[in-house]
Design a protein around this ligand. Structure first.
Ligand code: CTP
Length: 399
């Protein structure tokens, strides 16, 4: 699982402007994209594999014959939501137009059904050569998006059309192509997920039914909108989300400790975890015999949200969740508003979890309430959709 729409493959072919793609890579990462770089062997004469690995923070494969057991060309073709090749040389345009696949990059392009953006850069004469013009036309007819090169100084003293375009122009076309909004770019968001467990003895614990699905859906959605996401997951069994930092915790105290440390640096906290209200006061190092279980006593856990709200700085946004077992909308709203006020929240999502609804399910239904008493009634929808609706609200409040 990875952020929807945010996994991008950057192909680099052997033109002198390959170095400009280092800046493109950086800017794409700032927009929240996870970028796999696939350089052609000729391009390594201009920018080496080590540079791409260091900048992307990911392993870079340069040929078809590495990690063959993983069938990387098919894996990368499937995993990436978009392919951008910058620069694209005249030779690569010719290869792609004739459907050839003799290296890793061309194999990926041929195997991928994702949108493909080409950024040709070459000397004016090569760009205007009828062979190149025909190749570009063929590729456009097949659905490739070709970014027109800029006009200006070439390598050496010539001037003309064929320059690698401004990086901002390439990013603009990528955003238009993917319809992705990076409205959370540059924002740090803490999200909690799952349910805490409070140990009784080495064998037993007190827990709850939260699966963590909602928190994971929120994390994936926020990352796909460009946020830097730290997910604090309590006892979940869900696949990791690429590009999201995950810290696993067990108890409410552990969750509180991580949040205490991270909170001051974040722009928003979304507390979707189900936190146990009590812990065992007299944890036993030895298994408690069943006839002695009535010795177990409880003490209160900290109210994590309330404590953090007291430390909230101007501009920070806090979103809470509430799970209630009441079905009447008016009562549900009242309960939500009480928690919103008592925990000084900016926004709360309150849902009815009676009869096993919501916990562990793909769907949810409830009310979103903000501190100005605006209420959005959420019908039965997927947790992914709720995530986007909640994040839309959050974006409005962050700005
Ligand atoms: N919460 C928290 N710390 C706790 C308990 C809850 O931070 N010790 C957070 C939850 O993550 C959630 C919100 O507070 O975002 C509301 O949780 P909920 O369990 O519905 O409310 P409680 O305050 O525990 O009240 P009650 O259980 O009495 O309904």
């Amino acid at each position: 699982m990875f952020p929807r729409g945010r996994k991008l493959l950057l192909g680099v072919s052997g033109g002198i402007s390959a170095y400009k793609s280092c800046d493109l890579l950086r800017r794409l990462q700032e927009q929240g994209f996870i970028v796999d770089v696939v350089p052609t062997s000729a391009s390594l004469n201009f920018v080496g594999k080590a540079t791409w690995e260091a900048l992307s923070g990911r392993k870079v494969l340069t040929d078809l014959w590495s990690e063959v057991e993983k069938v990387p060309h098919i894996l990368m073709a499937k995993e990436n939501d978009l392919i951008v090749i910058a620069p694209t040389t005249a030779d690569l345009l010719a290869k792609l137009a004739s459907g050839r696949a003799d290296d890793l990059l061309t194999n990926i392009v041929l195997a991928s059904t994702a949108p493909k953006i080409l950024v040709p850069a070459m000397h004016t004469e090569m760009w205007s050569n009828p062979a190149t013009v025909a190749n570009v036309k063929t590729l456009q007819d097949r659905g490739f998006i070709v970014v027109a090169p800029d006009e200006g100084r070439m390598t050496g003293s010539d001037v003309g059309v064929g320059r690698y375009p401004e990086v901002s122009k390439i990013i603009e076309i990528i955003n238009l192509t993917t319809h992705i909004t990076a409205d959370l770019a540059g924002k740090k968001i803490l999200i909690t997920a799952g349910g805490t467990r409070e140990p009784i003895d080495p064998i037993r614990f007190i827990g709850n039914r939260s699966s963590g699905r909602q928190g994971f859906a929120l994390a994936a959605a926020a990352a796909s909108r460009g946020a830097q996401v730290h997910l604090i997951a309590a006892n979940t069994d869900l696949p990791v989300i690429e590009g999201v930092t995950i810290t696993s915790v067990e108890t409410a105290d552990q969750m509180a400790a991580v949040l205490e440390y991270e909170f001051s640096e974040c722009d928003a906290l979304i507390m979707s975890a189900a936190v146990a209200d009590a812990k065992v006061a007299n944890y036993s190092e030895q298994k408690i015999k069943k006839e002695n279980l009535d010795v177990v006593s409880f003490s209160k856990n900290p109210d994590i949200l309330r404590n953090l709200s007291e430390k909230k700085k101007p501009g920070q946004i806090i979103v809470g969740f509430a799970a209630e077992t009441i079905s009447g909308l008016a009562e549900l709203q009242q309960r939500g508003e009480e928690k919103l006020v008592s925990k000084s929240l900016d926004l709360i999502y309150v849902n009815n979890v009676s009869d096993g609804a919501v916990f562990g399910s793909e769907n949810t239904q409830g009310l979103i309430i903000d501190k100005n008493h605006n209420v959005i009634k959420v019908p039965q929808i997927s947790k992914d959709t709720l995530s986007d609706i909640l994040l839309d609200q959050l974006v409005g409040k962050l700005s």
